[in-house]
Ligand binder design. Structure first.
Ligand SMILES: [Fe+2]
Length: 381
């Protein structure tokens, strides 16, 4: 029997940010954001919307949060503001994921360095978890973190990737305002949109796929390729930005119930070892996985082909590689990985249990390495 559940209350539309005062109510807020949001004036706009209710601001979240950076955010906040009514996260996936790590640490604050012990050594959540609620305001169209109960935290020292995951970490509200995405730079627009496309396709070749996640994923796959190309040509077009943000949201909702699968599993060492942006790393193998899916599960591959607006999985594969050419993926990829031989260094790390095994079809390490090498050579060759 299939089941679908998501408790996040969603507000979507241009100007949504300015209306968050009523969602905050009388609660005292900790605001987490990045320096970019401060520079762009979005933080000022947020603070105006919740005037008088900001207890502390942490504007220093950096990309790809680590155990140390998330712990530092928690310690800094805890020093200036011991009581947290609501965590407001304004930013991309890194900010929202950091907010989840901070909320988890708040819920387990009795134990020093709980986050590190939890992620690195498997220390459990407290029995009675009372994480402060999160109000997530994504400023990129891609992560989906605003509607999931997990956050990605990296471990630079050990070259690993962790998830902090708990039902109490679903944001209370997600507020999606496409105006915030107008100023997203080209490279980030590409990487985040391809991340969303990956979430949608991974939701389809997934053991936990269900009629609701399928409908959401098909919608996202239908919107993203054309909207991404248009957004690159017309970055100031609000209607196109709104389409991309809505696609990223529904892809995130699909993923919130299925989790990700093989493409994300393969991507993790690409990011942790070579620094390939997440969305580029996780989308690279989508065409080759679709090709493999057509062999084992033609009905699921046909669903994706139909969503892409083509007649067959083979045409879907070609459409994806064409999209990668249109957005200039080769240049981004080769800046981090100079040749396919360099990939040999990570061939033993491509299978993350809990991700790769969500895939409908079996894929072991050597098969994943072949998919990755083929995809790299098709994109960069
Ligand atoms: Fe992702």
């Amino acid at each position: 029997m299939a089941a679908f559940y998501n408790p996040v209350r969603i507000r979507f539309g241009a100007g949504a940010l300015d209306g968050i005062g009523e969602l905050v109510g009388t609660r005292r807020c900790i605001v987490l954001t990045s320096e970019g949001m401060q520079r762009r004036g979005d933080l000022d706009r947020l603070i105006r919307a919740i005037d008088g209710r900001v207890a502390a601001t942490y504007p220093s979240v950096t990309p790809n949060p680590t155990v140390e950076s998330a712990t530092n955010a928690f310690d800094t906040i805890r020093e200036s503001q011991p009581e947290t009514g609501l965590i407001v996260a304004l930013g991309g996936g890194s900010v929202i994921d950091t907010a989840k790590a901070v909320a988890a640490q708040c819920a387990n604050a009795g134990e020093a360095n709980w986050l590190s012990a939890h992620l690195r050594d498997g220390a459990p959540f407290a029995q009675e978890v009372a994480a402060p609620p999160i109000l997530a305001i994504p400023t990129t169209a891609g992560t989906g973190s605003e509607v999931t109960m997990w956050g990605t935290i990296w471990d630079e020292a050990n070259g690993r990737k962790y998830s902090v995951a708990h039902p109490s970490l679903y944001p209370e509200h997600a507020v999606l305002d496409p105006q915030l995405t107008l100023s997203v730079p080209r490279a980030t627009t590409v990487a985040t949109a391809l991340d969303a496309l990956s979430h949608a396709m991974e939701a389809i070749w997934n053991r936990a796929a269900n009629p609701v996640s399928d409908a959401l994923a098909v919608r996202a796959i239908g919107l993203i390729p054309a909207a991404l190309v248009r957004a690159l040509d017309n970055p100031d077009n609000l209607a196109v930005r709104e389409r991309l943000l809505s696609a990223a949201l529904v892809a995130g909702l699909a993923m919130s119930n299925t989790r990700t699968a093989l493409a994300h599993s393969i991507s993790y060492p690409m990011t942790s070892r070579f620094g390939v942006p997440h969305g580029i790393a996780c989308s690279l193998t989508l065409p080759e996985i679709l090709r493999a899916l057509a062999e084992t599960h033609p009905d699921r591959a046909a669903l994706i082909a139909g969503a892409l607006g083509v007649a067959s999985a083979t045409q879907g594969v070609d459409a994806l590689y064409q999209l990668f050419r249109d957005v200039g993926m080769a240049a981004i990829l080769t800046a981090h990985v100079s040749s396919s031989t360099a990939l040999e260094a990570i061939e033993g790390e491509l299978i993350t249990p809990g991700r790769a095994d969500n895939s409908l079809f079996p894929a072991n390490g050597p098969a994943a390495a072949r998919l990755l090498r083929t995809a790299y050579e098709r994109v960069c060759g």
